[in-house]
Design a protein around this ligand. Structure first.
Ligand code: ATP
Ligand code: MG
Length: 230
């Protein structure tokens, strides 16, 4: 039986650098209560993606800890960690296989009904049904048949179906082709409901839907506010 995480994330005195001679996060402490949507903004190189990579355990801190519901991530079973924390990157990578396979990636026992419901929830169903073989369409290597915006929506559907306690999203910088700003915003609101979310935000419309906005600079939080106060 799977452990159900609540989604409380805490960085405690985290020190991290990719190499010993260059510190990216000198002494980082941050508490994100379960269910909160946090938008992370700041200049390039500030450490936003690094922070995201520490939460998804691509890297571990050299000292201090990152914890989920009070448990150090290093003490979690990898299976529990993957179930609880999902990261959607700006590349929105698609695997070879069908659209349905791609949505169900991470939850291979999903039924077609569940896959369709996830696509519908994020507004991806219309374009998928318009593809030559619908959900059975092969996306090819590197998603040849689908646009960048459509890839983003497929990865949203994948995350919705996986239903993690914590979602980390590195938002695409380039303006997406197909789905409109409004479509992405609506998809995001559905996707973020009832879970903790950390979004590296590039759109103002995303910052606006966050509960809390963190401004990062040189590995530190220099502002911590609601979007209204910023
Ligand atoms: P951006 O807005 O451009 O995405 P960011 O805030 O996400 O920037 P990070 O990617 O976290 O910034 O990078 C923080 C610092 O760490 C930068 O100086 C970057 O060059 C460095 N860095 C990032 N990834 C690596 C890596 N794999 N190896 C070495 N240094 C890295
Ligand atoms: Mg980044």
């Amino acid at each position: 039986d799977l452990w159900n995480a609540r989604g409380h994330i805490r960085f405690q005195d985290v020190h991290f650098g990719y190499s010993d001679d260059r510190v990216i996060l000198p002494d980082f402490t941050l508490d994100i209560p379960a269910g909160q949507t946090v938008a992370l903004v700041g200049t390039t190189g500030a450490g936003k993606s690094t922070l995201a990579k520490l939460v998804s355990r691509f890297y571990d801190p050299s000292s201090g800890s990152v914890s989920l519901d009070g448990v150090d991530l290093r003490r979690l079973h990898p299976k529990d960690l993957r179930r609880a924390i999902v990261m959607v990157t700006q590349e929105a990578y698609l695997f070879s296989g069908t659209v349905a396979d791609n949505i169900a990636f991470g939850k291979p026992d999903a039924t077609m009904d569940e896959i369709r419901a996830a696509a519908r929830a994020v507004g991806a169903d219309a374009f998928i049904e318009a593809l030559p073989d619908g959900y059975g369409t092969d996306v090819n290597k590197r998603g040849g048949r689908v646009s960048a915006g459509q890839r983003q929506l497929i990865s949203f559907a994948r995350a919705f179906l996986a239903d993690p306690a914590v979602l980390i999203l590195d938002e695409a910088t380039a303006s997406l082709d197909m789905p409109s700003e409004r479509q992405i915003q609506e998809a995001l609101q559905t996707l973020l409901a009832d879970r903790t979310a950390i979004i590296i935000a590039h759109r103002l419309s995303t910052v606006a839907i966050a509960d809390r906005v963190l401004v990062m600079e040189h590995g530190e939080i220099i502002e911590d506010d609601t979007p209204e106060e910023l």
